[in-house]
Design a protein around this ligand. Structure first.
Ligand code: ATP
Length: 198
């Protein structure tokens, strides 16, 4: 089955794009959401995290210590270590999920598709692009508790729009200049054609 990855920086509109694909009948695997579920559900992952980062990682048998996780994510080195531990679990879960789907193609949404190596788990990739200032405004509206420094810090830890566009097979422009729904409809047709080869 054709596997397609969707990525884009914070606030670019990945989830919005996935919702449109889902309306067209395509199943979506939300990698970041699944990773969060694994933190509480998977005891092997939990053991590995405690082994590397200490007892502070969890506040109860199923609940991670969010404050401590924020400190891990703020350090590029620790973030990389954390990702190296978590991603193999997410990749395995994606494989299991794909085997249960019945669709011409499936989509994996991941904020750090290329950085995490998850691009190797898909056949084609889509970058969702919007200017930084538009993304900041959208995230401020969506998450009023987040301050601009936090949004910018996350942006700086992710690939730039230019880099994403270079690496992805397809690009969707979510800057308001052209209809997102129309772009997705067209891409859906292209992917349906592609899926015949898989
Ligand atoms: P994150 O990486 O933070 O999860 P994301 O890339 O998944 O973000 P979305 O959550 O889809 O981005 O979009 C960010 C916000 O911008 C949402 O509140 C969404 O409703 C809004 N949004 C997305 N696209 C548009 C658009 N074309 N016009 C107006 N608002 C939009």
């Amino acid at each position: 089955m054709l596997r397609v990855g969707i990525t884009g920086g914070i606030g670019s509109g990945k989830t919005t794009v996935c919702e449109i694909f889902n309306h067209l009948g395509i199943p979506i695997f939300y990698a970041d959401h699944q990773a969060k579920k694994l933190y509480s559900d998977n005891s092997e992952l939990k053991d590995q995290l405690i082994h590397y980062f200490g007892d502070e990682t969890y506040i109860s048998s199923t609940e991670i210590n969010i404050a401590f996780f924020k400190t891990l994510l703020a350090s590029p080195e620790k973030r990389e270590q954390l990702n190296a531990i978590v991603h193999p679990f997410v990749f395995k879960q994606f494989d299991d999920w794909v085997s249960q789907q019945n669709s011409p193609y499936v989509i994996k949404e991941a904020a750090i598709l290329f950085e995490s190596g998850a691009n190797k788990t898909v056949h084609k990739s889509i970058a969702v692009i919007a200017p930084e200032e538009v993304r900041i405004e959208r995230v401020k509206q969506r998450d009023p508790h987040r301050n601009i420094e936090e949004i910018q810090r996350i942006m700086q830890s992710q690939l730039s729009n230019d880099e994403l566009q270079k690496r992805a097979n397809y690009t969707l422009f979510n800057d308001g200049s052209q209809s997102l729904i129309e772009q997705v409809r067209k891409l859906h047709q292209i992917l349906l054609n592609e899926s015949r080869h898989f």
